[in-house]
Design a binder for this molecule. Sequence first.
Ligand SMILES: [Zn+2]
Ligand SMILES: [Zn+2]
Length: 132
Amino acid sequence: MAELDKLLRHNKIETCTECGGRMRAVRSGVYECETCGAQALDDFGRIREYMKDHGSATKEELVVVLGVRAEVVNEYIRQQRLEEAGNAGDGKCLLCGAPIKFGSICAKCKRTSRSGTTAGKPAGASGKRRYM
Ligand SMILES: [Zn+2]
Ligand SMILES: [Zn+2]
C-alpha cells in the first residue's frame, strides 16, 4: 500500500516542462502552469482523455497503450474515479449491452455512433431518432 501511495503521489505534476514554473491542478488529472499556462495531464488525466476518445477501455489497454501501472489503474477503479470519465460505468455498453470494464459505450458502438447522432443525447431539434 505504501508503494502504491508513492506511485500515486509521484504521478502529480508539480513542475512545468516548458518553463519550469509551478503547476496547479485545474481539474481532476489536469494541471496548468501558473507562469506560462501550459497544460499537462497526469496518469488519470491521460486515462480520461483516452476514454473520451475511445468510449471505453480495458485495464490492459490502459496499461499497454498509456504505460500506466496496473496498480494505479486498479486504484482509480477502486476509488471509482474512472467512472467520472464515462457516465454509466456499470460494466455494460449502453447501446448494445456488450460487457465493458468502464466507460458507457463499447468501442464498436462508439465507432458507429460517431457517424450519426451522439449517443446518449436525445434526438433534439432535427427529430431524427436512431434506433437503439
Ligand atoms: Zn510553464
Ligand atoms: Zn456497444
